[in-house]
Ligand binder design. Sequence first.
Ligand SMILES: [Fe+2]
Length: 815
Amino acid sequence: MASLMLLFSCSKTGEFFEDFDKYHDRVWVSRDFWSIPLEDWKISEGRVEASGDHPKRKLNLLANTLGGEGSFHAQVNLGSLNEAGPKGYAGFAFGLKDDTDNDMRSVCYFGKGTLAGIRADGQIFIGEKSVTLPESFVYSDLTLNLTVYRYEGSSKVLLECSDLSGNEAIVEVDGLSDTEGMIALECTGDYWFDDFRLKGNMVRPGSAFGPILFTMYTLSRGTMKLTAQMPPLGEDDNREVELQLLRGRKYEYAGKATMMPDARIASFRIDDWDATEDVHFRVVYSETYRNGSPEEYIYEGLIRKEPEKEELVVGGLTCQYHYGFPYTPLRESLKEMDPDLLYFSGDQLYEANGGYGIIRYPADRAILNYLGKWYMFGWAFSKLMDDRPTICIHDDHEVFQGNLWGDGGKLLTQEQWNGKRDCLAGFVQPVEMVNVVMKTNSSHLPDPYDPTPMENDIQVYFTDLVYGGVSFAIVGDRVFKSGPEQVATWEGRLDHLKELLKDPSLLDKPGLTFLGDRQMEFLDWWVRDWKGASMKVLLSQTIFTYSSTHSGNDSSYLEGDLDSGGWPKQGRDEALRLMRKAFAYHICGDQHLPSLIQYGIDDFRDAGWVFCTPAIAVGYQRYFLPDRLGWPVNDRPTHGYPNTGQYRDGFGNFNYIYAVGNPDVINRHRNRYTQADLKSSGYGIIRFNLDSRDITAEAYRFLSKKGEGEYLQFPGWPHTVNQLDNYGREPLAYLPTLEIHGIADPVIEIINESTGNLEYILRIKGNSFKPKVFSLDPHSIRIGDPENDQWKTIEVKTPISLAGSTEASKIIVEF
Ligand SMILES: [Fe+2]
């Protein structure tokens, strides 16, 4: 059989026993177990209880698994908690395996095996076979004994039960083949369990998860911020978490943090961080048991030294629909590429993740429900995040909304939301839960540019991060955005533009918000700030255009989706005008359709490039199929791939589609990873070359690995553009060529003196630059070194018209 992957640590072979007596009352059971759904399990007075909102509940044992030949014996005490009498069933699920991936995380959520237990209808059962229990059987307190003998791949299984009154029953099955794998306690209805014992020579060492579940960190401008994600601990559990750094050969104390009661994170911040060295860290949590005895747990990671190499490699990741969990082939090839920085652009979870539903309120239950799904993300990616910086921002599904127009923090009632599902502006979830989503995703980002909360006290994270010579602006493109109800005059879904409007200006009326004034103000500051940076990148959730034609399982046609960043157009155009002033490249996700596009504002190809990275595991499917629709082909790239070239979307946006990763077929495949691959899942790698100033986008398939060092990409990738291509607008004239002496790679700022506007600003490579301009107005050129605040300004009365003199004209600037 395929061996179960060992994670993190092992417990001893041969025997497991847990009476739950040492733990304080709490939701999280222990590192030896993984409960699904998280919120339906708890420790209460020395036993574990399963009850709550969901129909089915499973407590996976992580500490040990079952394998080989011989025998094992499992025992547990349990009883019904339903006052009106027992409901459903309770017992063991054993021999749990997953066809796609026998990684433990996978088996916890997707494992299939045999159920053996008691049913409320008076039966004791193993799989399909059942025997009637004595009539007076007492469900409130009983013992189950499961014995499995396995020889030459076939097992004999016995299940015995006895209640407090001495009633007994037994059921037996012979010839069962699948008894290796994981074991869990499982029930429908409400039950308690206690004194869980497992022994025999089939019992194998397993692993653990927690109490420190995972960490995320960033390093920017000498400040290191790290969050440690903790599970829902109890009132009486220790809440203090310690950070230690390896100095020489010894780990030294570097700070203490108290776990936030709602988000269950411990946040650390260290200023004056020396970024020139690798620093190993450990997060230490001391669990104090009910009897007072402490036990120390350690989670280790590495704060990498800030890269000083020629190329900064960013991993672009988005959208984790759980059928691809824990995304093993993708994680493994990503790890091999060893990106310097990870960017998770949103939809780190979907409402259905974990295989159970969402809880909208009350807030504390909604938070636990969110955390159970969020922990899956961390469990999958912790080994990538614990030794490199991670930028993580949430999108709509984390706040349990299929689409989101936050409108600056507006709230929706449940009734309003039900009436026009996912089509109205506002947050439907309790503010406490929305803020937990923000904190768990983004607390480790550099401090927000302006931390003032939005309306209704919804917190913000928009900020910048400078790392390895690249300056990133991190914005939320949905939280300030206006809702479709402001413009939609049609029947049906307000966010779906099914046909072009006779008067398209109706979609673009004044007063609509895209990124919002506060984020635009921030971007206006950011485009001018080049300290420590040679290149600029905007990070947001979605693409600032509409670049699909068909969507959904029925592949229905849409002219435009108001959920995309193509709307509202005026705000979108303003954002792009600002971004191109800094020659900013855009990395985003959300769309589930890998796309590499050059934006247009007033015409095709006059703005920057955007890479919408593949989804980690695509749920909702999108396609861009202009060829199928018979649209005229213009400016198709030389690679000649179908469905590429110049197209306008339903909002009037100009798109130069350089590459698109349409799925081949609509398909369902038994193997979850093959299905992910068929649905165009994968990830992006973006390489910023600080020397050539080239930016290379690579789009890898979910099953990308073809051999040693060989990885399969979507057609059209990789593709390289230059930093300068991010201001695609054609010049009308040039200013004299600048030759700068005395400072290396200066920053150059071009200002139109007639309008007073900043035309653009960038850090050039080398000492020579010929500035393009878009009018014959007088211009001033500001040249300098932002690190030392040395600047010189040059006035140019008359730019050199393209139509006019071609004579070389040069200005030498000495510092
Ligand atoms: Fe998504």
